[in-house]
Ligand binder design. Structure first.
Ligand code: KIV
Length: 273
């Protein structure tokens, strides 16, 4: 039975996520970018759906997350929100729509919330974007932070390797996590950092810490849905557990369909009017 079939659906809120951390219940989070996928993920019982700017990679085929626009993110978010009955929907503010100044950041956040109906936004970075985070929060928009490997800064890093292995970067990351908590963020994503550092962050801040490539000693986990379902096959980092091989299943289904059409096996009488 799906979660939706149960009689009353209790929406996940930032408050519930906080309670989950406090009682030690792990938080599950996955990305989704469209109505059909979001409906499946939500009905399966996920806690958080992230309309990630990874849509730039897996939906649009770009090499990085930088090209996706605010309008495109709003389009994806709107489709996801229409399908979701239980999960909290968080939307990435895309590159170039919040780093410039806090007024622009607030405008972008408000557009996402107003036009898509999403419940929260996510930003990448720490002290550098403090003013923007405060401004967005002051308008009543819940903010999720994102530290460690922040893909919007890939051209600064130059590589997708593990971040914060050196003491100085690890120290800044911990300070940034504390700062995001102080500002009022409701959760923080930690991407591709040593498990020991992620554990320290999760123990230091009182808000939920969700990891991707950050080990198991955090409050929850997030993966990109196309990667964990095996729709994408070329991306296989150590942290990725692939739960299905949908690429093979889909390829076989399409090949079977092509064969049936060519062989005149489809449609049959019973499939015709
Ligand atoms: O855009 C995204 O999918 C993300 C996750 C990897 C956390 O930010």
């Amino acid at each position: 039975m799906s979660v939706h079939q149960s009689s009353n659906i209790k929406r996940i809120t930032t408050h519930i996520l906080q309670e989950m951390k406090m009682r030690g219940e792990k938080i599950s989070m996955l990305t989704a970018y469209d109505y059909s996928m979001a409906g499946i993920v939500d009905a399966a019982g996920i806690d958080i759906i992230l309309v990630g700017d990874s849509a730039s990679n897996v939906m649009a085929g770009h090499e990085t997350t930088l090209p996706i626009t605010l309008d495109q993110m709003i389009y994806h978010a709107t489709s996801v929100v229409r399908a979701v009955k239980r999960a909290i929907v968080v939307v990435d503010i895309p590159f170039g729509s919040y780093q410039g100044n806090s007024s622009e950041a607030l405008r972008s956040a408000i557009r996402i919330m107003k036009e898509s109906g999403a419940h929260a936004i996510k930003v990448e970075g720490g002290s550098e974007i403090k003013e923007s985070v405060i401004r967005i929060l002051s308008a009543g928009v819940p903010v999720m932070g994102h530290l460690g490997l922040t893909p919007q800064s890939i051209y600064k890093f130059g590589t997708y390797t593990v971040r914060a292995k050196e003491e100085e970067e690890a120290k800044k990351l911990l300070e940034d996590a504390k700062l995001l908590e102080e500002c009022g963020c409701f959760a923080i994503v930690l991407e591709k950092i040593p498990a020991s550092l992620a554990k320290k962050v999760a123990e230091t801040v009182s808000i939920p810490v969700i990891g991707i490539g950050a080990g198991g000693h955090v409050d929850g986990q997030v993966l990109v849905i196309h990667d964990m379902l095996g729709i994408t096959q070329e991306f296989k980092p150590r942290f990725l557990r692939q739960y299905a091989d949908l690429q093979s299943i889909m390829t076989k289904a399409v090949q079977d369909y092509i064969k049936d059409v060519k062989d005149r096996d489809f449609p049959t009488e019973s499939e015709s009017y």
